[in-house]
Design a protein around this ligand. Structure first.
Ligand SMILES: NC(=O)c1ccc[n+]([C@@H]2O[C@H](COP(=O)([O-])OP(=O)(O)OC[C@H]3O[C@@H](n4cnc5c(N)ncnc54)[C@H](OP(=O)(O)O)[C@@H]3O)[C@@H](O)[C@H]2O)c1
Length: 292
């Protein structure tokens, strides 16, 4: 299985390439473009960006320079907290302009802001009706936020992109989403990039259980974790800058985890977040400006 079909019929590759903080946070230069071009060269076709990452122009240049036909790519972007509500349409148009694209494959509400959700989602529904985006989704939405959307949405959310790795499995939320046919997409699947300031030894890729299982399957720790997700139908968005990691994360076939080993990895959960908590992120997020 290399793709999953969203609840509106659109197919999304299970493996995407995370682009946040390639090099520096909000960096929009040739290093970002070159890194994405390397990933495209390896075979990645699904790229995850956001207006707040400040790298949409760099991704747009990579898309143009790659020569890959647009319909072979799957491009996701997100509306930032300060852009929600009345600003949603113009935020979307700015993202398209920076990416130099005519349409997006997936557009997400980056973080829940319940006071703005209805206005934001209704603006996104119009963009969907106008075929400027192929699928609409959520990010960092809690069960209560999804229940709120369900009270008024005429277009169902197709997915929820949440922090998910062996130390944060979010099982109740995952079960709720899967029951409602909302696909799960995992951010920081390997336990976060350099932006978090967390040392590799403190991430799940260095966990003794993960390292031992990786040895058993003859893969590296990152590959093992990504396979744990993909085998359970979850979309993964690893970020990698080093070529060995870019290549390894693309090679997830030719081995299957046993049910017992999947359970062992599930058992590592400690409800530990490397990123922000949706319960409290909104105020802090408003201090982060979207670059032009
Ligand atoms: N929706 C949201 O709110 C949200 C929030 C955060 C992130 N995201 C998305 O999720 C993506 C991924 O998250 P992330 O960038 O925080 O972290 P991540 O993908 O969990 O981890 C990235 C780190 O893992 C390393 N790595 C990559 N492949 C590896 C492997 N096979 N074995 C061991 N280490 C490996 C990378 O090293 P090198 O770079 O040196 O290769 C990098 O230091 C982001 O880029 C973004 O697209 C979304």
């Amino acid at each position: 299985m290399t793709t999953v079909t969203l609840n509106n019929g659109v197919e999304i590759p299970l493996l995407g390439f995370g682009t946040a903080a390639i090099g520096e946070w909000q960096q929009d230069d040739s290093y970002v473009t070159e890194t994405i071009l390397k990933a495209m060269g390896v075979g990645y076709r699904h790229f995850d960006t956001a207006s707040v990452y400040g790298n949409e122009r760099a991704l747009g240049r990579a898309i143009r320079d790659s020569g890959i036909p647009r319909q072979e790519l799957f491009i996701t972007s997100k509306v930032w907290d300060s852009e929600q509500g009345a600003g949603t349409r113009s935020a979307f148009e700015r993202s398209l302009e920076r990416l130099q694209l005519q349409y997006l494959d997936l557009y997400l509400i980056h973080w829940p802001a319940p006071a703005y959700t209805r206005e934001t989602w209704e603006a996104m529904e119009k963009l969907y009706e106008e075929k400027k985006v192929r699928a609409l989704g959520l990010s960092n939405f809690r069960q209560s936020d999804i229940e709120q959307i369900a009270t008024f949405a005429s277009v169902r959310p197709t997915c929820n992109q949440i922090e998910l790795h062996p130390y944060l499995t979010q099982k109740p939320l995952v079960d709720f989403c899967q029951f409602h046919e909302i696909a799960i997409s995992c951010w920081s699947p390997l336990g976060s990039g350099s932006w978090s300031g967390v040392a590799k030894e403190d991430k799940p890729v260095a966990d003794p259980v993960i390292v031992e299982l990786a040895e058993k399957y003859g893969v590296n720790a990152g590959q093992l974790i990504l396979k744990w997700d993909i085998q359970q139908g979850r979309i993964v968005l690893p970020k990698a800058e080093s070529v060995p990691n870019i290549v390894a994360n693309f090679e997830l076939y030719g081995f299957e985890l046993s049910d017992e080993d999947i359970e062992k990895i599930d058992g590592l959960n400690r409800d530990h977040r490397y990123g922000a908590d949706p319960d409290s992120a909104y105020e802090d997020n408003l201090n982060v400006k979207v670059p032009d």
